[in-house]
Design a protein around this ligand. Structure first.
Ligand SMILES: [Fe+2]
Length: 451
């Protein structure tokens, strides 16, 4: 990225995009290692829940995708089965002959009497604004299909670890102001833990209410699985993702990982960091093939929940570069303990081989950006890891002086605004109050070709 363009981008971003007040400089307290960081504490048992009985479809309505977002859209909501709308319609022009109808399919919503209601539309026009009507409801919603090509700038947002509290709502609101084409939530959505339908519903109610852009368009949601969607957090079964998979099994039909291809210019590769699918084995085999098939994509982005390079938890041993050859002789190269160990063992070598443009990871409840990394070491041709899951949850990160792979950290609620502009990617971390925490950019089809 050349200097004039970068300055122009920063000026326009600060002036036009990120409304909010200035805040204090980065807050990077020096936290002593804490062995408790290695332990995932199980949530306490919950009392029997009383679910809302008066939900209308508008209260939890959201959009998502299971197929190419340039030509499809899926509308979903959760509600009672009886008397629910049975059709939904979309129109690009609002003329009498232009409305296209789809049947609404009902499916179970966990162990509740409520149902997930789903209507999928295909064959839509790319880069087009549509109207959406549910049943006979006179209310008309708006949405956009994704552009056919990445010729113009477009914006999307990402983050993780939301919850249902006031900070999650605040980040929803600043995210929606950016007019993103979609939001990618990288796990730990509402913190339902596979046991609380009420929490899962509250997350959807918040999303439905606040994730509408200033022009009144619904912002589609793409997700990957986190520990707080699954009973027990790790090594669960599909049924343990009690309220997550009923909502997102359009994309995750048979596995809890998958890829979403936006035309031929953007691919999101969405992984399960050990909550239902083990990291190694079949998922890694699939990842190898999925990345190989997408290596020529203009923008190739991976998202997973538990980070390979954590900012709060202990990563275990990252082997110093000069020691690698010695350990290799001893058959111990790459041996490490701690958070992200299996990511680093099985996935990071593939990210590096196929030159993934960025990995979005979360779970640690801070803002973090790593240096571009190869084998855990700073390398300008390596892969950057962005996160670290503070949409609505917060902890104090370790300082970059303690973990050499970290480039920048902050104790700040945040989400990241991604602007794709031809071959250039801008990743702008925006705090809940609108302050820009970080701007990172890369240009070129593959990092190996960047200078
Ligand atoms: Fe998590």
């Amino acid at each position: 990225m050349n200097a004039p363009n970068r300055r122009a981008f920063l000026r326009s971003s600060a002036a036009a995009l990120f409304a909010g007040s200035a805040a204090s400089a980065s807050d990077t307290p020096d936290v002593a290692p804490d062995p408790r960081r290695l332990v995932e504490v199980a949530p306490p048992p919950r009392a029997v829940e009383v679910l809302p009985t008066n939900l209308k479809h508008q209260d939890t309505l959201f959009l998502t995708w299971s197929q190419d977002p340039t030509t499809t859209i899926t509308a979903q909501w959760v509600g009672a089965p009886a008397g629910a709308p049975t059709t939904a319609r979309v129109s690009a022009t609002n003329t009498k002959d232009d409305w296209v109808a789809a049947n609404v399919v009902q499916k179970p919503f966990g162990n509740t009497v409520m149902k997930v209601h789903r209507a999928e539309f295909t064959g839509l026009k790319p880069g087009t604004e549509y109207l959406l009507k549910i049943g006979t409801d006179p209310q008309v919603c708006r949405f956009r299909t994704m552009p056919a090509k990445a010729t113009n700038t477009f914006t999307w947002v990402s983050g993780g670890d939301c919850g249902t509290g006031p900070h999650a709502v605040g980040t929803n609101q600043i995210a929606a102001k950016q007019e993103p084409y979609f939001a990618l939530i990288g796990g730990d959505l509402g913190y339902d833990n596979g046991t609380s339908a009420k929490t899962a519903l509250q997350f959807l109610q918040n999303y439905s209410k606040h994730m509408i852009d200033p022009k009144g368009r619904l912002i589609p949601m793409v997700t990957c699985l986190g520990n707080h969607e699954v009973k027990g957090g790790y090594k669960g079964k599909r049924a343990d993702a009690t309220y997550y998979l009923p909502l997102f099994d359009g994309l995750y039909k048979d596995t809890t990982y998958g890829a979403l291809d936006f035309g031929d210019y953007l691919s999101l590769v969405l992984l399960d960091s050990g909550h239902v699918s083990p990291i190694g084995g079949a998922q890694t085999d699939w990842l190898d093939k999925a990345l190989a098939a997408r290596v020529d994509r203009q923008h190739l982005i991976v998202a997973n929940h538990v980070p390979a390079y954590p900012s709060y938890r202990a990563p275990g041993t990252i082997i110093p570069k000069e020691v690698d050859p010695v350990l290799a002789l001893m058959g111990l190269k790459g041996k490490a303990l701690g958070t992200g160990e299996e990511n680093r063992k099985y996935w990071c070598p593939l990210f590096e081989r196929y030159a993934v443009d960025a990995v979005l990871e979360h779970h640690d409840h801070t803002f973090k950006r790593t240096h571009p990394l190869k084998g855990g070491h700073v390398d300008k041709y390596g892969v950057p890891y962005l996160g670290d899951g503070s949409w609505g949850q917060l902890r104090a990160p370790n300082a970059p002086e303690k973990l050499a792979y970290l480039a920048k950290v902050a104790k700040a609620y945040h989400m990241t605004v991604h602007k794709l502009e031809g071959d250039t990617r801008y990743h702008v971390a925006v705090e809940e109050n609108g302050r820009i925490a970080d701007v990172y950019a890369s240009t070129g089809k593959r990092p190996s070709k960047r200078g």
